[in-house]
Write a protein that binds this ligand. Sequence first.
Ligand SMILES: [Zn+2]
Length: 92
Amino acid sequence: MAETDIVCPLCGGSLEYWKEYLVTKTQSIFKNGTIARTVKTSKPEEVSGMRLEGFQCTKCNWVFNNINEIDKMEKYPHLEEWFESHDDEIKV
Ligand SMILES: [Zn+2]
């Protein structure tokens, strides 16, 4: 594989883009103390002030995010370039 292929740098597997959202799950509690079976889930919200996102390999456990492993992102400039040039196509 070429060094600039958009694949996992470790195993050559396909990559996925991921992004984390914040959801809140709630269950009602009745006055007699029993808890409702229904679980309500809030609409996914972006974590305010940051975009927690990154790539992960579909084959091995290679993963990184843009917050904790920014150095890794700099190590793979072709992934960073891919990310920047596909920003408008990312739907998650
Ligand atoms: Zn991999």
